[in-house]
Design a protein around this ligand. Sequence first.
Ligand SMILES: [Zn+2]
Ligand SMILES: [Zn+2]
Length: 228
Amino acid sequence: MPACLLCQSQIQIKLTLPWLLSWQPMHRPVVCNRCWQRFEPIKRPHACPGCGRAQDQPTPCLDCTRWPVLAGFHNEALFRYNEAMHAYFHQYKFSGDYQLRQVFATVFQQAIRQRITRTATLVVIIPVTPATMQTRGFNQVSGWMPTIETVAVLTTQAATKLVPQSKKDRHARLQTPQPFRLDTPANITGQSILLVDDIYTTGRTIRHAASLLLENGAKSVTGLTLAR
Ligand SMILES: [Zn+2]
Ligand SMILES: [Zn+2]
């Protein structure tokens, strides 16, 4: 029996009759049910149309009303950034436990494929700085999407994350310089870009990237983050 990647308990796999009759390849769960249920999916129809935040009604949240309008951009998020998600990110990103990429690989890739079917023509990952790559050794977002084809058009400079976003006030955040550079502008002309990142916190990072893509000819940019 496989062990849960998060709590190490044994995972019980129930073989149901419909599944046996379907002849589908077995999808092996990597986390136990109890751990999985601690993550809270965001119900899309009720989410904030600007940032994807979980809400009771789909009107722009206070955070979104404060941002300058960025036509052609909105963000969608899959899970609430709750305690379980916080613990997950700590273990995955900061302790560098790379096998934890498997926890969300299936749902994340499913979400991307749905959007490729509907509108997205190009998938772009928000890059991490060379310094982060050096210390962590991997891009946490790429880890969730091994089977998705992406285009690397953005690069980021080393100094952009020296001041943590939470330490700045909103005014300072809006005024921060563009941390990204576009390497091959021709590739994005007329494209409906799905821009993927791990967490939407203040929105600053993804908005910087989205505005750069839109200014350089992208038709639209939809953000997709695992958490909000
Ligand atoms: Zn577990
Ligand atoms: Zn919002």
